[in-house]
Design a protein around this ligand. Structure first.
Ligand code: NAD
Ligand code: IPM
Ligand code: MN
Length: 362
């Protein structure tokens, strides 16, 4: 298969983990005889300083022309971020415009932990049971993130407001994705919301209930988000299957899921739209460990596995990557943040050593 891929390395640990994911991408490309052109482009906070914008025109053009996009996390340490005007900060002026531009409404965030790796989790091993295999699907281009943001002053009191809004179609299409995934996996689907308070959540549930009628074969339940946050640490295996979330609640619960796994470095993701998708880890640029060759590249390499599968429909290629990732861990290797203090130092890998091990398995 011949494809063009835009590569946006991002900030902080971005370039380090993207480099490992590209090693893996290339190894799989060679093994299966594909032909990919990679176009690197600036994106993120550094891009503001070098190119005057976190999502420069030339990057937009490269992304428009690409078949898919690989994106590292963005964001710099707080003191450096302060030097960027609010409206040019990468979260608002790069990530959201990227999602909006390609209408990547379905954000797949898998939460996977085989039984053999249960010790990664800060939870008791017994709570991981036969393993975690949750696919969180987060709506990514609607809700409070994209509503009007206003600040002003009324009767002498300053205020700020964020408008939260969902249209019928925005909810329907992501609910269909969630039910389709649940049907494929023959698994339950849990819809999470705050319908006891929010009008948008009540509407959300109405639409999801309606979509559910077309999927009588899928076991479907509904749960309030505060209880879901509690249940996720008390008994995570009850969510094995598909979990559907709106944008902001999905942002928060997917990071919490990373906590259940033991590291955000175990959270890859794919952002899928009607014609083009991009992949990125669920976490940020980890300024606290940037430039030290100790970030866990699993999240970025898993994102490339997603790119093969979801952007190009290449399932065997994707499987090879997932198997290689889990095999490296199952052989006892750990990245720094997953190794207990008394762990055999010979088994603790740097970012690049981890990438090399994964390539070795391919
Ligand atoms: P973060 O996700 O960068 O880091 C949270 C914690 O997780 C840190 O302790 C970090 O060291 C650790 N961590 C994250 N990824 C890791 C990995 N691969 N391996 C090992 N440890 C890892 O969250 P933050 O510090 O709140 O945010 C930093 C910046 O990233 C902010 O500017 C934020 O806005 C931005 N951000 C960007 C994205 C994105 O690009 N999609 C996502 C989230 C946050
Ligand atoms: C994520 C991030 C982004 C979000 C930020 C950086 C805009 O936290 O991808 O989870 O909130 O969606
Ligand atoms: Mn987030």
């Amino acid at each position: 298969m011949k494809k063009t891929i835009a590569v946006l390395e991002g900030d902080g640990i971005g370039p380090e983990i993207v480099a490992e994911s590209i090693k893996v991408l290339r190894a799989v490309e060679k093994k299966f005889g594909h032909d990919f052109r990679l176009d690197y482009a600036p994106f993120g906070a550094e891009a503001y300083f070098t190119d005057g914008s976190p999502f420069p025109e030339k990057t937009i053009r490269i992304c428009d022309e690409a078949d898919a996009i690989i994106k590292g996390p963005v964001g710099l340490p707080v003191d450096k971020m302060r030097r960027i005007p609010q409206e040019m900060r990468p979260e608002i002026a790069a990530i959201l415009p990227l999602r909006e531009r390609y209408d990547t409404f379905a954000n797949y965030r898998p939460v996977r932990l085989p039984k053999a790796l249960a010790s990664f989790s800060p939870l008791k091993e017994s709570l991981i049971g036969e393993g975690l295999d949750i696919l969180m699907i987060r709506e990514l281009v609607g809700g409070i993130y994209f509503g009007a943001k206003t600040e002003g002053s009324a009767t002498g009191m300053k205020y700020a407001a964020d408008d939260c809004r969902y249209t019928h179609e925005q909810v329907r299409r992501v609910a269909v994705v969630a039910f389709e995934e649940a049907r494929k996996r023959r698994s339950p689907m849990t819809d999470i919301h705050k319908a006891n308070v929010l009008a948008t959540s009540r509407f959300w549930v109405e639409v999801v209930d309606d979509v559910a009628r077309s999927y009588p074969d899928v076991e479907y339940r509904s749960m309030l988000v505060d209880n879901a946050a509690f249940q996720l640490v008390r008994d995570p295996t009850q969510f094995n299957g598909v979990v559907l979330l709106e944008n902001m609640q999905g942002d928060i619960l997917t990071d919490q899921a990373g906590g259940v796994l033991g590291s955000l470095g175990l959270m890859p993701s794919a952002c899928i739209g009607p014609e083009k998708g991009y992949v990125e880890p669920a976490h940020g640029s980890a300024p606290d460990i940037a430039g030290q060759n100790k970030a866990n590249p699993y999240s970025m390499i898993g994102s490339v596995a997603f790119l093969y599968e979801m952007c190009f429909g290449l399932h065997a290629e994707s499987e090879v990557i997932w198997n290689a990732l889990f095999t490296v861990f199952e052989e006892g290797y750990r990245t720094v943040e997953l190794a207990p203090p008394d762990y055999d130092p010979a088994m603790v890998l740097t970012t690049s050593q981890f990438g090399d091990r994964v390539v070795g398995k391919i």
